[in-house]
Design a protein around this ligand. Structure first.
Ligand code: ADP
Ligand code: MG
Length: 681
């Protein structure tokens, strides 16, 4: 937003020497422009003055009063000097108090009027503690709305505010707007100089809102324009030509696709035969039937003479996909192979050879597919399941195995569409927002500790009838115990309640991938009836016999995570249960869990989760890739996001009239964004 003219070093401001510049550098501020985009993290309204008679206990407020008695200082003990003064405003008196402030006596004059700002105490005495003050006409720190900035050692609130006003004067009215005026008119956005002035020193609440909206718009607009233009660039390359009727495949399915599945299959078929490469994300709740949608794409590609790579995050998921796909493709003469990390060397060599010469049409596997020795004859489509488990670079490694293959990624994280636009800006998004018919609702309970015995009795009863159950315990962070110790303690507790240890499997964070898979497979095959997991159970693993999901300390999980966990059960035809056990008596925690009781739609839960926790928490650390904004908020600026999406698309479609100069500005901004970002491919 700031032009190169404002790239002068911060030392151009008076009062900023080398030492202070070094402190500013710690805040990431090197230039005047950097300073101007160092936005306040909050504001303090020092603009409203109250009468002394109106003051209430513990409020922080501004008063305008005259000093009625000179400052008196008493030394209480060696290191404690207390200075007091009485002031009045015609409605009453109040005593002002400072501690160890040697300058007060010289600065505050009897009979003069000042603005005072501080915290009020009404008991035991009517006092204001350590107020800051100035003459009313000064209006430097008081009588207005003051910004509160992120600070660092050596940069105080008042130094920063002072530098900021200097910087604003330095650039006054000269900053060129990087948003074309047509765009500003269309979306009723204020001009940049006004926006900067009022984001730092807002005249009033309204001016602040106008300024903030403009700056947030700008940030989102450039981000999205950059993402969308990236997609346009990708789309220019010549894609594999896939044109095959998927009807024979659909007709061979043991069920009818849902409306949502049919719609998404059609979207994919259209992409595959279009003149540009497909980059599509299929987003669908657990159990919504993403596999068969991906399989339809496989069918089309293979029948058009191409090979397909299908990548899953774990061995067990890869094996599960392999078995399902083998069944689906049995009537269709599609050669399919599993490239597993555990294949014996000779077999692996042969598998690789068949992939390389094109005999194998569909290769299913884990990261093993990415390794250097894997080569395809003509890869036309690359599919990734549970895409958030793979980085963008891994996705690219896979597509590099072919010549501009089409890309299909699948995710079970139900993400609100508005957010998908940002996170997966380089992908088109398809939503499978409907479950296959006949799915039963998973009975969900949110209970506290007093139910433990009843829950365990219920568990035992179900297990005795041959059912299986999961118990998920989050790690207690402040505990001294290691993960292993706390699981062991938990298993002991289960034994005391009469569970047989030999039928209990354990999954914890210290287990290696292969060991995890072993436990999971044993559970899947019914050799274990109870699975205790301290780490989140693999998404997507199908164990139809599992009917109970018990989650300990459920209040520690996000709603979307709870929903994902709940999706592990109810995969067979038995009635299934999800029990959320919570130690918390906090109302908010209970209200959150109660959303789970009534809601079974992952997208609605995701919206709710997003609303309650904001996007940072919502995505957690595992699903990174969410951009950090300086001023825009993905949570509160949803409506704005829709406007910037339109603005960005219109601009790229040349529907926004702008001067050549305005165009150059935008291009510069976008290039700068690309240079700073490594997370987008
Ligand atoms: P996810 O979206 O979680 O990957 P899957 O693709 O594993 O879901 O499908 C879950 C189950 O639902 C599978 O057993 C699959 O065969 C079944 N399924 C998928 N689509 C339908 C449908 N339209 N009607 C009935 N069952 C379906
Ligand atoms: Mg799946």
């Amino acid at each position: 937003m700031i032009n190169p003219e404002f790239s002068s070093s911060i030392t151009a401001l008076s009062g900023v020497g080398e030492k202070r510049a070094a402190a500013f550098a710690r805040l990431g501020i090197f230039t005047v422009a950097d300073l101007l985009t160092h936005y306040p993290r909050a504001y303090e309204n020092r603009g409203i003055c109250k009468k002394i008679i109106e003051l209430s206990h513990e409020e922080t407020v501004c008063i305008r009063a005259v000093v009625s008695s000179s400052v008196k200082t008493s030394i209480i003990r060696k290191n404690l000097r207390v200075s007091t003064a009485r002031v009045s405003d015609g409605t009453g008196f109040i005593e002002l108090v400072w501690f160890n402030n040697r300058f007060i006596e010289g600065r505050l004059k009897k009979g003069e009027t000042y603005l005072f700002f501080g915290k009020v105490q009404l008991t035991p005495k009517k006092q204001m503690h350590t107020p800051i003050f100035e003459h009313p006409e000064e209006r430097k720190q008081l009588g207005k709305i003051m910004p509160i900035y992120p600070l660092t050692e050596g940069i105080t609130e008042s130094i920063l505010a002072d530098c900021m006003s200097q910087a604003l004067r330095f650039c006054q009215g000269q900053i060129k707007d990087s948003l074309p005026s047509t765009l500003r008119n269309q979306f009723q956005l204020c001009e940049i100089n006004y926006a900067l002035e009022n984001i730092h020193f807002p005249q009033d609440g309204n001016a602040y809102r106008i300024a903030r909206r403009r700056l947030a718009f700008e940030e989102l607009f450039f981000f999205q324009t950059a993402l969308f233009s990236l997609k346009k660039r990708q789309n220019r390359c010549q894609p594999p030509h896939v044109k095959a009727d998927i009807t024979p495949f659909i007709d061979s399915l043991p069920f009818r696709p849902t409306g949502a599945q049919s719609r998404v299959m059609a979207e994919i078929a259209r992409d595959l035969s279009a003149p540009c490469v497909m980059n599509r994300l299929v987003c669908g709740d657990v159990g919504s039937g993403k596999t068969v949608v991906a399989a339809a794409a496989v069918y089309a590609a293979v029948k058009s003479g191409y090979q397909v790579a299908f990548m899953a995050p774990t061995e067990i998921l890869a094996a599960q996909h392999f078995n399902n796909l083998k069944k689906l493709f049995a009537p269709h003469n599609v050669t399919i192979e599993l490239l597993s990390g555990s294949l014996p060397a000779k077999q692996k060599r042969e598998t690789l050879a068949r992939i390389k010469d094109g005999t194998t049409k569909l290769a299913v596997g884990t990261h093993a597919l990415l390794s250097e020795d894997v080569a395809f004859a003509n890869l036309g489509l690359a599919i990734t399941d549970e895409q958030h488990r793979f980085g963008v670079d891994q996705r690219r490694l896979l597509t590099d195995k072919g010549e501009n293959p089409h890309v299909l990624v699948m995710s079970a994280t139900p993400i609100p569409r508005t957010l998908a636009l940002i996170v997966y800006g380089d992908l088109d998004v398809s939503m499978i927002d409907e479950l296959p018919p006949g799915r039963q609702k998973i009975e969900t309970f949110a209970v506290n500790e007093s139910y433990r015995k009843r829950i365990y009795d219920f568990l035992k009863k179900e297990l005795a009838q041959g059912r299986q159950a999961y118990i998920v315990c989050p790690l207690v962070e402040d505990s001294e115990l290691t993960e292993l110790q706390s699981v062991t303690a938990y298993i002991k507790k289960l034994e005391q309640y009469g569970f047989t240890a030999s039928s209990v499997g354990i999954l914890h964070g210290k287990l290696k991938g292969a060991e995890k898979d072993k436990v999971m497979t044993a559970f899947k095959n019914g050799e274990l009836s109870l699975l205790v997991a301290t780490t989140v159970i693999e998404v997507g693993v199908d164990v139809p016999g599992a009917t109970i999901m018990l989650i300990e300390n459920a209040e520690r999980f996000g709603l979307s995570q709870l929903h994902q966990l709940r999706g592990r059960v109810g995969r067979g035809n038995q009635k299934s249960y999800c029990i959320l056990l919570s130690q918390s008596s906090q109302e908010a925690a209970i209200a959150r869990l109660s959303v789970m009781k009534k809601e079974s739609d992952g997208f609605k839960i995701a919206e709710e989760d997003l609303k309650q926790r904001g996007p940072g928490e919502f995505f957690g650390t595992r699903q990174h890739g969410l951009p950090q904004f300086r001023i825009a908020s993905l949570y509160s600026d949803m409506a704005l996001l829709e406007q910037t999406t339109k603005a960005a698309r219109d601009y790229l479609d040349n529907k926004t009239p702008c001067t050549p100069e305005e165009k150059t500005q935008i291009t510069k901004k976008i290039d700068a964004l690309f240079n700073n970002r490594v997370t987008i491919s």
